[in-house]
Design a protein around this ligand. Structure first.
Ligand code: ADP
Ligand code: ADP
Length: 226
């Protein structure tokens, strides 16, 4: 469904991603893993054109993403990041409902979707009326994931989504994500520097180092390869 062909990105003279080719199948949970600064986030952001590649080509369902308007592209991809990025002066309900409302869903469908997502992420339905700063870090992160899922995107892009959490909450949310992946069959591309997280979550791992892919395969393949 997503194909990167010999993609490169430089920031000024600094190469961030070099000659990257990658194929992501529909329904796959692909984890981009590697040390800080190895080009994972840049790769993820090239998929939704928050970053434009300098060379190469990215295809979505066979179509060059440069031929799609960025808004149309981003509607097809939910995006969840470590800093969560909830709007502090909006309630949880409004934060989660914002994408479906922008997409023009009827109001009763939006409300039902918010209720459904709170349940899916195991959040108290009462939280709908609260503001982000009234929730714990883990609860905010769950709301961030709910918001990324709200418009029912084909693809979920996640950049260190559990990065700032304590270990127990982190494991909880990792389990939740696996469940959502299994239930929805959504294509998920997730960035982490945590190798254990990658081994636990990934259908396939793509290992980055210094802007290049150095290995890829299933967790079992990577662990048993000589
Ligand atoms: P990772 O996600 O693996 O930590 P990044 O994709 O964020 O790696 O960064 C890859 C390299 O590009 C790093 O050396 C980083 O400092 C650099 N970089 C990332 N974003 C920018 C930017 N906006 N301007 C300049 N350099 C950047
Ligand atoms: P994360 O690893 O959580 O993605 P980063 O520290 O890599 O966070 O990046 C945070 C922001 O700073 C991003 O917008 C990124 O593009 C930018 N950035 C990262 N490295 C550089 C750099 N060397 N110069 C300028 N901007 C950068």
């Amino acid at each position: 469904m997503i194909e990167l062909k010999a993609v490169s990105k430089n920031y000024g003279a600094h190469p961030a991603v070099q000659d990257l080719s990658l194929h992501i199948a529909t329904g796959e949970l692909v984890v981009l893993v590697g040390p800080s600064g190895s080009g994972k986030s840049t790769t993820l952001r090239m998929l939704n054109r928050l970053v434009e590649c300098d060379q190469g080509q990215i295809l979505l369902g066979g179509q060059d993403i440069r031929t799609l308007p960025p808004e149309a592209l981003r509607r097809r991809m939910g995006y969840a990041i470590q800093s969560v990025g909830l709007f502090p002066h909006w309630t949880v309900e409004k934060n989660i409902g914002t994408v479906p409302r922008l997409l023009g869903w009827p109001e009763d469908k939006v409300r039902a979707r918010v209720v459904e997502l709170l349940a899916l992420l195991q959040l108290d339905p009462q939280f709908a009326r609260r503001y982000p700063n009234e929730l714990s870090g883990g609860q905010q992160q769950r709301v961030g994931v709910a918001r990324a899922l709200a418009g029912d995107p084909e693809i979920l892009l996640m950049d260190e989504p559990f990065g700032a959490l304590d270990p127990v909450t982190r494991v909880d949310l990792q389990r939740e994500l696996m469940r959502i992946h299994q239930l929805s069959g959504k294509t998920i591309v997730l960035v982490t520097h945590d190798i254990d997280e990658a081994l636990y979550l990934a259908d396939r791992m793509v290992v980055f180092n210094a802007g290049r892919v150095v290995q890829q395969g299933t967790p079992l393949e990577l662990l048993t390869r000589p």
